[in-house]
Design a protein around this ligand. Structure first.
Ligand code: AHR
Length: 514
């Protein structure tokens, strides 16, 4: 029976390719791989107004707070179901000396944030504040240890402080500072961007250092957490090769960083809001490069680790634009448009498809920095279009990816083109099927036929759409609801296992089927 279904699936696929219609063919019973919830992870760095103002306002702030954390932000993030949060950087991590951030607030030293605008860092948000935040959010902590300017001793002290319940100096210090039980730290990053801001190392040098740090991380932490090796800068495939060759047995994950730049490059990233179709198209096309990157890094990893013991973690990604005019260039504060929502949905589709190797991703960053979920100003807060995508997509967390074939027309711009439609389908533990679909063509409405094989569709439980009047529309403090999900009416059942969905240009649709 199964063989017959596969045969029919292939036959139908061949027929559709010929007919050149927009069809999503889903195998409802052939799913095998779980979409790790951590693909929906977040990243918070001591950078600009991410930690201070964004997350932490302090207990005495007039801004409504819960023990110093912004109340509005906490509620918004709890609704988002953040699975994992990476901290304290980023580049900041390799200058961070954790003992500055514990103990009485008024005794914590003030330092200069050398990477990000020279801002004064008063260390009022430290280890306790971060790990308690993770507990409030119900997410797993991912700590980036300082390899660039720290020591192995400093790292193991930190590990002992956070995770040990023994009668040892660092665990006793934690207790003295008010926390009896250890926290449940799940991931320790062995450095960040060690090829750049984290020490400017060669892959060979870093691989040796990673083995040394990892060795002691394991000695002090056992199997409590996974040790994440610093991975490549985008397409530096040699970095991955060397790390896998020399260090695959010393790490439990390898990272990858890739940022989308819609403009010409790092020196001309282009505006977050003031752009036309050329930069809209470029942004989306550059984001799709994630697929090639993940495929090629995974292929290298497969050569050394065919059983996929070492996952790939895309622990920094997102669109990086010019900062908002009038803001500190070192603070990376940017607006977030409908284009960015489509970049998020298309990237999440790619990462979901690679869920056999990709087990975590952390969009940069959670609030007020780069492609953030949330923007704040004083006591005001705005949920960005990217926030809404993460919320619409959180149904895929820990669900089983369903195999699918997508036949899509192209969105053409000048001589260039990209697929117009992108999607993910998964089945959750209650048997509900979730289909998320993006149409990146800015103007053209597209009719998509959805066929399920192996299961009938009894009903469409819910249908939601996120769209905007223009691709550069944004949510502002004055008009925070310009882009927000609303009920979607254009999904209709055509038969037992067939749907027709009419998706407007530049929009994202989420369906729940049963
Ligand atoms: O996310 C901003 C910065 O981008 C991080 O600090 C660094 O790791 C990367 O280059």
């Amino acid at each position: 029976m199964k063989k017959l279904l596969v045969f029919l699936f292939i036959l139908l696929a061949a027929f559709i390719t010929k007919a050149q219609v927009n069809v999503l063919q889903i195998d409802a019973v052939g799913g095998k791989t779980q979409i790790n919830k951590n693909i929906y992870g977040q990243f918070a760095e001591h950078l600009g107004r991410c930690i201070y103002d964004g997350i932490w306002v302090g207990k005495d702030s007039p801004i409504p707070n819960v023990n110093g954390y912004r109340k509005d932000l906490l509620e918004a993030l709890q609704a988002l179901k953040v699975p994992v949060l990476r901290w304290p950087g980023g580049c900041f991590a390799d200058t961070y000396h954790w003992k500055n951030g514990i103990g009485a607030l008024n005794e914590r030293p003030k330092i200069k944030n050398v990477f990000w605008g020279g801002t004064v860092e008063d260390n009022s948000f430290g280890t306790h504040e971060f790990l308690n935040l993770c507990e409030l959010l119900g997410c797993d902590p991912y700590i980036s240890a300082n390899v660039g300017s720290g020591t192995v001793g400093e790292m193991v002290d930190w590990i002992e402080y956070m995770t040990s319940d023994d009668n040892v100096p660092m665990a006793n210090l934690r207790k003295k500072n008010g926390r009896e039980k250890p926290w449940n730290v799940k991931f320790i990053g062995i450095g960040n961007e060690s090829w750049g801001c984290g020490g400017d190392m060669t892959p060979e040098f870093y691989a040796d250092l990673m083995r040394q740090y990892s060795n002691y991380a394991k000695m002090y932490g056992g199997d409590k957490f996974d040790r994440i090796g610093c991975g490549s800068n985008g397409s530096d495939f040699n970095w991955t090769k060397v790390l896998m060759e020399k260090g695959r047995n010393n790490m439990d994950g390898l990272s990858l960083h890739y940022y989308t730049i819609a403009g010409e490059g790092w020196n001309n990233k282009s505006s977050a809001t003031n752009f036309g179709e050329e930069l809209y198209f470029n942004g989306l096309k550059k984001a799709l490069y994630m697929d090639e990157l993940v495929s090629r890094h995974s292929a290298i990893m497969d050569q050394y680790d065919k059983d996929k013991r070492v996952p790939l973690l895309v622990d920094e990604w997102g669109i990086w634009t010019d900062v908002e005019p009038g803001t500190n260039p070192g603070h990376l504060f940017q607006q977030n448009s409908m284009r960015d929502a489509l970049i998020a949905s298309s990237t999440l589709d790619i990462l979901n498809r690679h869920c056999d190797r990709v087990k975590m991703a952390n969009i940069a960053q959670i609030v007020n920095v780069l492609q953030s979920m949330i923007l704040t100003k004083g006591n005001q807060m705005v949920l960005t279009p990217t926030y809404h995508v993460f919320k619409m997509y959180n149904v895929h967390q820990d669900a089983i990816l369903l195999p699918s074939s997508l036949f899509t027309e192209k969105y053409k711009h000048g001589e260039d083109e990209i697929p117009a439609i992108s999607s993910t389908t998964s089945v959750d533990k209650n048997g509900k099927i979730h289909v998320t679909i993006s149409n990146v063509n800015p103007t053209k409405e597209i009719k998509l036929e959805i066929n399920l094989s192996g299961k009938a569709i009894t009903k469409i439980n819910s249908a939601t759409i996120l769209t905007a009047s223009a691709f550069n529309s944004v949510n502002t403090f004055e008009k925070p609801e310009t882009i927000a999900p609303v009920a979607f009416k254009n999904a209709k059942k055509l038969g037992d296992s067939k749907l027709e969905v009419t998706i407007p240009g530049k929009s994202i649709v989420a369906l729940e089927l049963e």
